[in-house]
Ligand binder design. Structure first.
Ligand SMILES: Cc1cc2nc3c(=O)[nH]c(=O)nc-3n(C[C@H](O)[C@H](O)[C@H](O)COP(=O)(O)OP(=O)(O)OC[C@H]3O[C@@H](n4cnc5c(N)ncnc54)[C@H](O)[C@@H]3O)c2cc1C
Length: 405
C-alpha cells in the first residue's frame, strides 16, 4: 500500500492535532505555517469534553496538567475588587477547567509530541490548489515560495481568518461569517501583589469587561472584552490601543493598569468575535478544520477542544479501505452536532453578558448571584460543559508508531 500524503496549512491546535493523528495512522505529513517560526503566544484555552480523551489517547494529559495555568476558581468582582459571585469550577468542565492551559503551551506540547518525520515549512502559505485528474495525483498545492506538493488531502487549519478557505470556498457563498459585536484584547502583563490564583471578572457599564487570570510564569493574563461595532483585529497596534483606551475611559477597577501594561506588552492578541459557519467542511480533496471551519469564539467556548478533537476524528474517518470522499462526509457528520451545540448561543446573551446601562449592570449583578447560588449551580455548570458528547469517539485504526520530536 502506498503511503498517503497530507498537506496541512496552519500549525496551531487544529493543524498540529491533525498532523499528530494522521501520522499516527501512517500518513506522510507536511505542515505549512504562515508565521516565520512556531507561534508560542496566546492566553487561556481549555481542554474540555471529548478533547480530554483525545489528549489522553495521545499520552499528553500529564504534560498538559503540568503546564496548568494554576488557576483555581472564577469569581465576579465589583469596582473595589470585592467578590460578588463565584462561578462553578468543580469538576473537569467548570468555569476554570481541570485542564486549563495557555494556548502556546498546549501548541508546544503537541509540537513536541509529534514524530520527527512530520515536515514543517514556516513562513509560507498556500498560493494555488489544483485538483488532479487521476486518482494518483488528487491535489497539487503550490506554496507562495513556489514549492509544489502533491497530496492526497489538503487540510486547511488556518484559524478564523483563513485565506485559503476563503479562496477555495467563499466564492460559492459557503462561508457564513457572523460578527457577534464583541471585541476581545488578550495580553500578558506584570503581576502585582493584589493578583491571586483566581480568574477575576469585572463588568462595567457600556458593555465593558476586564478579566485578570493567573499563569504559571509569574505574570498575569488580562483580557479587555467589550461590545463594539468597530473591527479592531488586524489593525495597527498603536491605533488599536488608542481605541481601547478611549473605549475604557472611566471603566474602573484595574482597567488603567491593564491598558498601561498592554502599551508595552509584546503579546497582545485582538479578536473581533466572529462565528464561522459552513454547510460543508470539504470539497474534493480539501478539508477545513478548527476555527477556520467553525469558529465558535470564546463566547461559545471550547474552540481549542473542538480543534483538538477534530484532528482525531479526521484521522479516524480516513481509515484504510475507505475512500477520501466517504471519509470526509463521515468527518463532517461526526463533528457537526458538537459544533452546532456550541454555536447556538442563546439570543440576547451578548446583551446579558455586556450590560450597557447602570440598570442593566445592577440586573446582571442580581442575576449573577441567583445563577451561581447553590440551587442553580448545576444548571450553570451545563453551559461550561461544551465539546462533549454521549457518543464515544470513532474507533482509530491501529497505531503505526511514533517517536517524540
Ligand atoms: C498566536 C495565537 C494566539 C491566540 N490566543 C488566543 C487567546 O488568547 N485566547 C483564545 O481564546 N484563543 C486564542 N487563539 C485562538 C485559539 O488558538 C483557537 O480559537 C483555537 O485553539 C482553535 O485553533 P485553530 O488551530 O483552529 O486556529 P488558530 O489557533 O487560530 O491557528 C491558526 C494557525 O494557522 C496559521 N495561519 C493562518 N493563516 C495561514 C495561512 N494562510 N497559511 C498558513 N498558516 C496560516 C496561524 O499563524 C496559526 O498558527 C490564538 C491563536 C493564535 C494563533
Amino acid at each position: 500500500m502506498t503511503t498517503r500524503h497530507a498537506v496541512i496549512s496552519g500549525a496551531s491546535i487544529a493543524g498540529l492535532s491533525a498532523a499528530w493523528w494522521l501520522r499516527h495512522v501512517g500518513w506522510d505529513v507536511t505542515v505549512l505555517e504562515r508565521a516565520a517560526a512556531f507561534r508560542d503566544g496566546g492566553q487561556n484555552v481549555d481542554v474540555r469534553g471529548l478533547a480530554r480523551e483525545v489528549l489522553d489517547r495521545m499520552g499528553l494529559t500529564d504534560a498538559v496538567r503540568a503546564a496548568n495555568t494554576t488557576e483555581t476558581a472564577a469569581v465576579i468582582v465589583d469596582a473595589r475588587g470585592r467578590v460578588r459571585a463565584e462561578l462553578p469550577s468543580d469538576g473537569p468542565d467548570g468555569a476554570t477547567a481541570e485542564l486549563e492551559v495557555l494556548r502556546g503551551d498546549l501548541a508546544r506540547i503537541l509540537l513536541d509530541g509529534l514524530p520527527d518525520d512530520v515536515r514543517f515549512v514556516f513562513g509560507t502559505t498556500v498560493a494555488e490548489v489544483e485538483h488532479g485528474t487521476t486518482a494518483d495525483d488528487p491535489v497539487t498545492v503550490t506554496t507562495d515560495a513556489g514549492q509544489v506538493l502533491h497530496a492526497d488531502l489538503l487540510v486547511v487549519a488556518e484559524g478564523v481568518r483563513s485565506r485559503t478557505r476563503d479562496r477555495l470556498f467563499a466564492g460559492d457563498g459557503e462561508v457564513d461569517r457572523r460578527a457577534l459585536g464583541v471585541t476581545m484584547a488578550f495580553g500578558t502583563i506584570p503581576s502585582t501583589p493584589s493578583d491571586d490564583d483566581r480568574w477575576r471578572w469585572y463588568n462595567a457599564v457600556g458593555g465593558r469587561q476586564v478579566h485578570l487570570r493567573p499563569d504559571p510564569y509569574g505574570t498575569t493574563r488580562a483580557i479587555l472584552a467589550c461590545t463594539s461595532d468597530e473591527a479592531l483585529a488586524g489593525r495597527d497596534r498603536g491605533d488599536t490601543l488608542a481605541v481601547l483606551r478611549a473605549r475604557y475611559a472611566g471603566a474602573g477597577w484595574q482597567t488603567e493598569r491593564v491598558l498601561d501594561a498592554f502599551a508595552t506588552s509584546d503579546d497582545v492578541y485582538v479578536d473581533d468575535l466572529t462565528q464561522i459557519r459552513m454547510p460543508r467542511w470539504h470539497r474534493g480533496r480539501v478539508c477545513v478544520i478548527g476555527d477556520a471551519a467553525w469558529c465558535v469564539t470564546p463566547m461559545g467556548g471550547g474552540g481549542a477542544a473542538l480543534a483538538l478533537t477534530s484532528g482525531y476524528v479526521l484521522a479516524a474517518s480516513l481509515r484504510p479501505g475507505r475512500d477520501v470522499d466517504t471519509a470526509l462526509d463521515a468527518f463532517d457528520a461526526w463533528m457537526r452536532p458538537l459544533v452546532d451545540r456550541i454555536q447556538g448561543i442563546p439570543k440576547g446573551i451578548v446583551h446579558f453578558a455586556y450590560p450597557q446601562s447602570r440598570i442593566g449592570l445592577a440586573g446582571r449583578a442580581v442575576a449573577d448571584r441567583i445563577l451561581t447560588s447553590s440551587l442553580l449551580r448545576p444548571l450553570i455548570a451545563r453551559f461550561t460543559r461544551v465539546a462533549d458528547s454521549d457518543r464515544p469517539l470513532p474507533p482509530m485504526p491501529d497505531h503505526v508508531g511514533s517517536t517524540g520530536r
